[in-house]
Each structure stands twice: as structure tokens, then as C-alpha cells.
Design a protein around this ligand. Structure first.
Ligand code: TRP
Length: 454
């Protein structure tokens, strides 16, 4: 059997894991979810969920991966020697395959906006037409055409496949170490500009001034689901990356860095987008098209806005690319271990299937948009299903597996390799993992599915 590849440096692991976590979830989804679910109420739950539920789940997943050193679908069963627990990994792999399809479509949208900014076409507003109508038209005609996002999503998938095909050390680690610093520089520049807009103060209030009137079980489950989506929990990626982490590394430290980086980027993304929304009197609750319709209105008014816009969409593209790389790594590791094909063949097979599946979702936003399931488009259904059902369910299963079957003593023993011994905070987090996370999520899911609000 081939030797398993391994991350060469800690900074490389952090860059790759943060690259996976930071993505469209932070830049495209978090702002519209926060807008839709009442701003600060959502954000407070989101932050609590990250600290008390997300963080322990991340290090648990890493620990399971490193302990078992196999793909995500087989790791959960292997760690407790009971095959039935593989259901957790299978659920995770299903989630990730569903998410990859719409992720590719949105990345296609981002690439389109990047090119339209560079050519300047995005900002040529026809005489007599209001800017907001113009941007709505551009967005609608892009999604209706289908072939534009499909082709550009394919371009993104090919770029991803190129990185994956080079392997962990030479591909994922190397490119994460190049791309993540570029991302940080672009982000700081964009934020600096945003603070100068007049709507900045209103955004800070909207996002951070405590307001619990909006707090309902729907908001809580949405915030938890979004926290897990953003940290890539319950989708096999952390187990997969964990399987490539060496015994010398402190897993807790890596998990902490990922949480901090991911949360900061999400919150700042809110601060980047809402000033635009408030300055130009747009609706904060607009939904998935928020960054495609709101932000361009700001860029339109800025001197040199077209170039700023190009930088912004380049930034989003890089964030999406590093996430896509980690998404594809899950089925790639799985398929390679099952078939023993070489890395290139495995990678391009997965890229092909992902693209084909994503065309269905893309068609669902365009020519097939009349198809509605429970009042949602195909993309809407997948987004709802993964955020509210499969991801939280996988998280519950992981919490139960680690807390009750594998047992926290074994978890702590794995964490102590390369790390330090147990501390007081670990006891609190373990308590959450065993008792609060599974119970709370199950109650919320039942309440959501039955419509009975506690
Ligand atoms: N966390 C990523 C983001 O915020 C998206 C994501 C969800 C993801 N699940 C994943 C990335 C699994 C990699 C693997 O955009």
C-alpha cells in the first residue's frame, strides 16, 4: 500500500483547516443568515455555539481522524470497533456531497461577478434604470441562463482538482500557505474601506446590540447549523484532515486557531456587507443574493469601484477555492482507499461527478426553476436539508459517539499526544459534548420538524 501523505508543518495544517472553514459560509451565507434571523440574536447564539459546541466537536473529529488514520466514512466505526457507527461518517459524506453541488454553483456566480467587474460590464447601468433594478436583472439573467454558472463552476472545479491532484503536502498544504495570506491582505483592505461608509455605525448596532426579541427555536437551530456549516463540522473534513496530522501536533491548539479565524472572518464579513446595505437603504434580509445585489451598489458609487469589486470577488473566490479543495478531499481520500487508484485518476473522477451533480442544482435555479419542493427550489431544499437536518444530526451522532461510546478518557488520551493534559475548561467542554449538545440539538430539530415551539 502507498504511504499515507502527511501535513509537513503546523502552520500548513492551520492554513489548510482555516482555508476549509473560511469560505462562502462566512462571506456569502453568514451575512444573509444574520440579516434574515434578526442580527444580534442570531450572532450571539452563533458565537456561543462555536465556543461550547463547535470547538469540542472540532477537536473530537481531529482526534478520531488522527487515531484511526482512515477516510471519514470508515473512521467512526473504526475508532470504537463497531461498524454500525459508520453511519455517522456516511451521513457526513452525504452532507458534503450535497453541499459541494451548490457550492460549485455559487462559486460559479462569484467567478462571473469577478469577470464582469474586470471588464466593467457589471457597472454599465442603462440610462433610466435604477441601480438596484439593474443589479437584480444581472443576477436573474445570470442564474436563468444556467450555462454561465455551470461553465464557470466547472472552471472552479478544475482549479480545485489541480490542487487536490498534487496531494496533501505538495498540493493542499502548499497552496493554502500561499492563498491564505493573500486572503488576509485583501480582507483587511476591504474592511478598512467599509469603516468609512456612513452606514457603518448602524451595522455595528444591528449585528452586536443585544436584542433577544427575535430569539426563537428557528433562530437557534439556524445559528447552530450555520456555526457547524462554517466550521465544517459533521461533514467528515476534520476527520479526514485529522488523519493527515502528525502525532507531534497539539490538536486543541489547531482547533482553537480554526475557530478564532473562522469567527473573526464571519463577523468582519458582516461588517463589510451591512454598511453597504444600510448606507444604500437595502433590505438586510435579502437572502442568498445579498452579496451579489447589495455590494455592487456600493462599488458603483465608489471611485475605482469596479476594481475594488474585482478584488472583492477575487477574495471570495479564493476563500471558496480553499474550501472546495477540502470538500473534494473527503470523497477523494475515500475513493482512493477503496480502489487504490492513483491520486490523479481519483481526483478527476470526483471532479467530474461533482460537476455533473452541480449542473442539476444550477438548472434548478434557471430553466427548471418552476420545480418547487415544499415551496423551495432544488438548491433551497439542499440548503435547508443540510443546514437543519443532516449537519446537526451528524453533530449529535459525533457527540454521542465521543461522549458515550468512545468515551472522553480515550479522547483526552489522544488529545494529550502532542498536547497537554486535561484542564478545567476541558471538563466543561466535555460536559457540553456529552449532555448539552446532543440533547439541545435533538429538541431543536424535533421542534423545527413538528412545528411545535417549546
Ligand atoms: N465551512 C465552509 C464555509 O464556511 C463550507 C463547508 C461546509 C465546507 N462544509 C464543508 C468546507 C466541508 C469544506 C468541507 O464556507
Amino acid at each position: 500500500m502507498q504511504q499515507r501523505d502527511i501535513f509537513a508543518s503546523k502552520i500548513g495544517i492551520i492554513a489548510a483547516a482555516a482555508g476549509s472553514a473560511i469560505g462562502l459560509g462566512n462571506l456569502w451565507k453568514f451575512p444573509y443568515m444574520a440579516g434574515k434571523y434578526g442580527g444580534s440574536a442570531f450572532i450571539i447564539i452563533y458565537i456561543i455555539a462555536i465556543i461550547l459546541m463547535g470547538y469540542p466537536l472540532i477537536y473530537s473529529e481531529f482526534a478520531i481522524g488522527r487515531k484511526t488514520k482512515v477516510n471519514a466514512a470508515d473512521a467512526f466505526g473504526k475508532v470504537v470497533n463497531k461498524k454500525c457507527w459508520n453511519i455517522t461518517g456516511i451521513l457526513s459524506v452525504i452532507s458534503i456531497c450535497l453541499i459541494t453541488t451548490f457550492y460549485l454553483m455559487i462559486t460559479g456566480w462569484v467567478v462571473y461577478y469577478f469577470f464582469q467587474s474586470v471588464t466593467g460590464n457589471l457597472y454599465v447601468v442603462p440610462e433610466g434604470i435604477d441601480a438596484s433594478v439593474h443589479f437584480t436583472n444581472i443576477f436573474s439573467s445570470m442564474s436563468a441562463s444556467m450555462w454561465i454558472p455551470a461553465i464557470l463552476g466547472t472552471v472552479a472545479a478544475i482549479a480545485t482538482g489541480f490542487i487536490n491532484s498534487l496531494g496533501i503536502k505538495e498540493g493542499i498544504e502548499k497552496y493554502s500557505k500561499i492563498l491564505m495570506p493573500i486572503l488576509a491582505v485583501l480582507f483587511i483592505g476591504l474592511i478598512a474601506y467599509s469603516t468609512t461608509l456612513s452606514g457603518f455605525k448602524q451595522s455595528v448596532l444591528f449585528l452586536f446590540q443585544p436584542n433577544f426579541t427575535a430569539l426563537t427555536p428557528t433562530v437557534v437551530i439556524a445559528a447552530i447549523g450555520q456555526a457547524f456549516f462554517s466550521l465544517s463540522i459533521g461533514m467528515g473534513i476534520l476527520v479526514t484532515y485529522g488523519s493527515y496530522i502528525s502525532e507531534k501536533e497539539d490538536i486543541r491548539h489547531i482547533a482553537k486557531s480554526v475557530c478564532v479565524a473562522d469567527t473573526l472572518i464571519a463577523l468582519f464579513a458582516g461588517l463589510l456587507i451591512f454598511p453597504a446595505v444600510f448606507t444604500y437603504n437595502l433590505e438586510p434580509t435579502q437572502g442568498p443574493s445579498l452579496i451579489f445585489m447589495s455590494l455592487p451598489q456600493v462599488f458603483l458609487k465608489m471611485p475605482g469601484g469596479r476594481w475594488f469589486s474585482a478584488l472583492f470577488f477575487l477574495f471570495v473566490f479564493i476563500a471558496a477555492l480553499t474550501s472546495l479543495v477540502s470538500m473534494l478531499e473527503i470523497p477523494i481520500t475515500y475513493l482512493q482507499e477503496r480502489t487504490h487508484w492513483n491520486r490523479k485518476k481519483t481526483t478527476w473522477t470526483i471532479v467530474t461527478f461533482s460537476c455533473l451533480a452541480s449542473y442539476i442544482i444550477t438548472a434548478g435555479e434557471g430553466p427548471l426553476s418552476s420545480i418547487h419542493i415544499f415551496g423551495m427550489t432544488i438548491f433551497g431544499v439542499l440548503d435547508y436539508l443540510t443546514n437543519n437536518i443532516t449537519i446537526p444530526l451528524a453533530a449529535v451522532l459525533i457527540a454521542v459517539l465521543v461522549g458515550w461510546v468512545w468515551k472522553t478518557d480515550n479522547l483526552n488520551a489522544e488529545l494529550a499526544i502532542g498536547g497537554r493534559g486535561e484542564k478545567f475548561t476541558d471538563k466543561i467542554l466535555t460536559f457540553f459534548l456529552k449532555w448539552i449538545t446532543p440533547v439541545l440539538i435533538v429538541i431543536l430539530m424535533v421542534s423545527l420538524l413538528t412545528g411545535v415551539q417549546p
